[in-house]
Design a protein around this ligand. Structure first.
Ligand SMILES: Nc1ncnc2c1ncn2[C@@H]1O[C@H](COP(=O)(O)OP(=O)(O)O)[C@@H](O)[C@H]1O
Ligand SMILES: Cc1ncsc1CCOP(=O)(O)O
Length: 262
């Protein structure tokens, strides 16, 4: 797969409006990430307006990180609009293994037909119904251990499933890719995984879900590599990461992307 730079340029040319029903922790950094990549973020979660707002958006992300029952209703309403319109939406099952409430919310959202499910290894294992060792929002399982679960979840749900970690894995249940871009500082910044969902959603406006997700993962991880080389710790990493997302060219992405077929 070689057209990552083209996907980046196409996404920027469209500057998609991405509607996010995300957690309180992620809202600010996620909006800044989306602005840095060239998309247009909106964080809108009131049950009374989500369906109307989703009708205006090119893509949606839903994230149960700090959800309550009202928010889950809002996520379902917005998701239905996107599924009916054939527009992409991304589900992030944050900490799904931790509580019954999260499991029930995610089961309902998966049934609504997400285009892409993105989580860390523990989250994908738990969502697929396999025992996982995650602690809250953080992964405690390896990406390799979650590959079979990702394949099964993709085949059962019809979604593209992305497992993020030191080396990402993405599959539609038939075709799969490994993405080796990234930097060890990334999991030390809260909500960088949540923010990645927005980038995947924006790319999925410009390309089919599987190649869009692979390109978004490569772009995000490569920006992480550049930020890691320019900073000394988590504090400096975050602004350097936004700068790297903003400054990435299509040719730099094509040169630095480490995507290989599984
Ligand atoms: N140890 C690591 N080394 C390199 N990149 C990583 C590492 N852990 C996570 N990443 C990258 O960080 C981003 C967020 O993934 P992750 O930390 O798994 O999400 P989450 O915040 O949902 O747990 C992804 O782009 C992923 O490739
Ligand atoms: C810390 C935390 N608590 C609830 S949601 C959240 C953010 C999790 O973000 P990420 O999984 O991307 O690190």
């Amino acid at each position: 797969m070689t057209d990552h730079g083209t996907h980046l340029d196409q996404m920027r040319a469209q500057a998609p409006l991405v509607h996010n029903i995300t957690n309180y922790v992620a809202m600010n950094i996620m909006a800044n990430v989306l602005l840095a990549v060239g998309a247009s973020p909106a964080m809108v979660h009131a049950r009374q307006e989500v369906a109307e707002f989703a009708g205006l958006a090119q893509a949606l992300t839903v994230n149960i990180g700090t959800a309550d029952p009202d928010w889950v209703e809002a996520m379902a309403l917005a998701a239905q609009v996107m599924t009916q319109a054939g527009r992409p939406w991304v589900l992030d099952p944050v900490g799904v293994g931790a509580t019954r409430f999260r499991q029930d919310a995610c089961a309902r959202l998966v049934d609504l037909g997400p285009s892409i499910i993105r989580g860390n290894a523990s989250e994908i294992l738990a969502l697929a119904g396999t025992a996982a060792a995650g602690r809250g929002a953080d992964a405690a399982d390896s990406v390799a251990a979650a590959q079979e679960a990702a394949l099964a979840l993709a085949r059962r749900s019809g979604a593209v499933v992305a497992v993020s970690g030191p080396e990402d894995f993405v599959t539609d249940g038939q075709q799969s890719f490994h993405v080796a871009n990234g930097h060890p500082m990334m999991p030390r910044i809260t909500a960088l995984g949540c923010s990645l969902n927005g980038v995947i959603a924006a790319f999925a406006v410009a390309a089919p879900a599987l190649p869009a997700t692979a390109s978004a993962l490569a772009y995000y991880g490569l920006a992480g590599e550049q930020a890691g080389a320019r900073s000394e710790g988590p504090g400096g990493f975050q602004p350097a990461f936004l700068d790297a997302l903003y400054g990435m060219t299509a040719s730099a992405l094509d040169a630095g992307a480490k995507v290989r077929a599984a």
